[in-house]
Design a protein around this ligand. Structure first.
Ligand code: ZN
Ligand code: ZN
Length: 326
């Protein structure tokens, strides 16, 4: 796991980017203070020197209780004042950073802050407001085509009706499925992809962050995760013949009077039956401008209308009649 040399900044004299291996500021000779912030520039190279690697892996620095100097973990006496290491001497903190969270610069950076974004101009804001208003009015306008109606006086000019009955036949059809239902006769079968499952193939390690070793160096953290592959699951799919009721044809009766009737259905054999029915009743109107409208009332309402009657009808903005007022 790769070890890289970090940097630190001297808070006493402001020197930046001091190498992690230095325990005193090269400019003002101040000892590296307890709690110093180590950071890892993005271009920090991997440490390969055996001696430096040994120091990096020895552990966090300890701080001399007498003079405040930073000392390597392996030292028993202070490099600066020769005082022995106290059993409870403080150590630099070891910190773990998640991937991408490792600091790349010190806190007391003199880099100017990026200029604040210019506030959105009034012009832009007005433009946004009018765009929203435009879309809104478009929606309202579109809906009103259907919802807003006017009343038109129109005269009934005629009627029509239509009634249908579907005729179904009991036939042999071919279907396919994951099983053959009762009454089905298998024709063939084949394997087909039904689903997929994840199968664990092993584990892999990946870079998941950096550890600040507390001595001016950072070590890449490796984490482990399971790896998977997708495997299709096959199942037998059957093609089979089965008897089903299917629509054979539709019988239809129509007229332009007030006497609707159901079409005659003659079933050819036991293997035919009546299916679904439909019924539509239409009243035709014409207004003073000779514009025509159709309406489809219920059967009972439809039967009460007579040719020549004048009625108030509701007409939407698209010109379609939507109902009869009176
Ligand atoms: Zn300094
Ligand atoms: Zn000391």
């Amino acid at each position: 796991m790769a070890i890289r040399e970090g940097r630190w900044d001297c808070i006493r004299c402001g020197t930046k980017g001091i190498f992690g291996r230095s325990k005193v500021c090269p400019n003002c000779q101040s000892p590296r203070p307890e709690g110093v912030k180590f950071y890892l520039p993005e271009d920090a190279v991997e440490v390969t020197d055996a001696e430096q690697l040994k120091q990096a892996q020895a552990g966090a620095d300890w701080i001399c209780a007498f003079c405040g100097a930073s000392n390597e973990a392996g030292r028993a006496i202070c490099k600066q004042c020769n005082a022995p290491r106290e059993p409870d001497s403080t150590q630099q903190q070891v910190k773990d950073y998640a991937l991408g969270a490792t600091p790349t610069s010190g806190d007391n950076s003199d880099d100017p802050l990026p200029p604040p974004l210019p506030p959105k101009s009034k012009k832009t804001r007005n433009l946004i407001i009018s765009a929203i208003a435009f879309v809104f009015s478009l929606c309202v306008g579109f809906c009103s085509l259907f919802l807003i109606t006017k009343e038109v006086t129109a005269t009934i000019t005629g009627f029509s009706w239509e009634r249908t009955i579907a005729v179904e036949a009991y036939r042999t059809v071919t279907e396919s499925g994951w099983s053959v239902p009762a009454g089905g006769r298998k024709i063939s079968e084949h394997l087909e992809k039904y689903d997929t499952r994840r199968i664990k193939t092993g584990t892999e390690t990946y870079a998941c962050g950096q550890r600040d070793l507390g001595n001016g160096h950072f070590q890449e953290k490796r984490c482990t995760r399971d790896t998977y592959r997708e495997e299709p699951i096959y199942k037998t799919k059957y093609t089979y013949e089965i008897e089903r009721w299917v629509t054979d044809h539709t019988e239809r009766a129509t007229g332009k009077d007030h006497k609707p009737y159901w079409p005659r259905v003659s079933l050819a054999s036991q293997k035919q039956r009546e299916g679904g029915r439909t019924e539509t009743y239409t009243v035709y109107f014409k207004d003073a401008k000779q514009k025509t409208y159709n309406l489809n009332p219920s059967l009972s309402a439809w039967q009460t209308y007579e040719i020549g009657e004048k009625h108030e009808i509701k007409v939407n903005m698209l010109g379609d009649a939507t109902g009869i007022v009176k």
